[in-house]
Design a protein around this ligand. Sequence first.
Ligand SMILES: Cc1cc2nc3c(=O)[nH]c(=O)nc-3n(C[C@H](O)[C@H](O)[C@H](O)COP(=O)(O)OP(=O)(O)OC[C@H]3O[C@@H](n4cnc5c(N)ncnc54)[C@H](O)[C@@H]3O)c2cc1C
Length: 505
Amino acid sequence: MRAMVWFRSDLRIRDNPALHHACREADEGVVAAYAVCPAQWQAHDWGAARADFVLRHVAALSRELEGRRIALRMLTTPDFAGLPQRLLDLAGEHHCQRLFFNREYEVNELRRDAAVTSLFEGHGLQVRAFHDQLALEPDAVLTGSGGPYTVYTPFRRAWERVFEDSAGPEVLPAPRARPHMLGKPDPVPPLPAGLPGKARADLWPAGENTAGRRLQAFVERRLTGYHASRDLPAEEGTSRLSPYLACGVLSVRQCLRAALEANRGRLTSGDKGVLTWIGELIWREFYRHILIRFPRVSMHRPFRLETDRLPWRDDERGLSAWCEGRTGFPIVDAGMRQLAETGWMHNRLRMIVAMFLTKDLFIDWRLGERHFMRHLVDGDLASNNGGWQWSASTGTDAAPYFRIFNPVAQSRRWDPEGAFVRRFVPELADVPADRIHEPDEATRRRAGYPAPIVDHAAARAYVLSVFRPGAAAASSGGLPRATEPARKSPRGRGTPGGAGARRSE
Ligand SMILES: Cc1cc2nc3c(=O)[nH]c(=O)nc-3n(C[C@H](O)[C@H](O)[C@H](O)COP(=O)(O)OP(=O)(O)OC[C@H]3O[C@@H](n4cnc5c(N)ncnc54)[C@H](O)[C@@H]3O)c2cc1C
């Protein structure tokens, strides 16, 4: 039997179920395929940072596979529509009888895979799809009544129970070299033109070995202090492995295994840093479960459908100021400039800037989600959507609408010396710590730094009035002008419900 392995967001040879099983079953040879789909990438908001990162990994993967006498063939087709036939032609060229791939769960990807499967099976070829992206299968963590969890904490408890009952994270070995190669590897095409943002090969080196070394270095040097330093953007307290996880150069099972080894196999007790980090990996699992069970979140719909009618503001100037990091709020601008310069942003800042866009500027979270996707090297639909809907209070287990971050208080708390702000907002480099979080007018003028584009207290009052239960009826005659920050979109208005004490953070 000859097999074809189709690589997608699983660009590795170790712990790759599709590759592993293909190599075990195919006694007459294995060929691999990767598809570059520039128009589809654009439609899915891939930016240059992510596309470049992926293509460099594809080149590294091709070399690894060649060392095992597996040729990686490249297919280029504008979008998914042309893919089934191209894959079938390639399978025919190499006389493959079986296609192997690891499942992807986004709506377009599911449709694409269904079309490929139906075409292959229609031509008498077998298709074998494997579970890979999650540590536990999508249906393994369900409530007592068989439904999905929609709140993180009970999900985490159930996840831990199921995980402890399982055999642990099985990490598959890389396949051994094949006796002979089918076909020859193709060169990897250059980065498609016209993608937004910029590539940063210097910051994000490619290759499975690099990813493995980064994981090891993080576990050895920083994991045990993770709980204490993970919220401080000026420090390198987190793993920065998200780009590698997002394109599958590293599997979540490899991360879990490394964390468990550092904690003498314990999942729910032991080192605080390890437990906190595992908790973040479980957030990743949680958002993927949500995406699988509620496909609307990958189709620009909010998880909480009633929030679809919130009167988000049309504010192109505010949106541009936010995108370009010139809002006049140093911590927000530092975060947005970190994204533009490096393709990555610290998690604490992702929450601060997302909350700022959706609550201070009251701009539709989908615009922020798209901007992130276009610039992040770790762009990942499930986690990005989850993070944005959390910040906008439109998602599952989201920040309650009355929990509105105060960007100045956040800056004082998480960047007390202003070290992070100084790094990314160099015009404030000489401003002392007591003034850097909220520079006064004289300081701003001297530094050439913009004035705040919004009054936080007024914006907060406005948002509370719009979100508050019953606001739809109360505000149907118009929102209070005094606190309304600007023009509104014509989407209509509504409320997501919810209640509780207000507080500002
Ligand atoms: C508005 C917003 C947008 C986001 N967009 C993305 C995105 O596109 N891609 C992405 O991978 N993460 C996203 N996140 C989650 C999180 O910010 C990043 O995963 C994290 O900053 C990556 O840095 P790290 O690898 O050093 O993480 P670490 O702190 O070392 O965590 C380890 C891994 O756990 C996962 N993880 C950590 N935090 C979260 C979280 N809150 N939700 C889901 N998974 C998590 C990531 O895979 C991460 O690499 C977003 C968060 C917010 C608030």
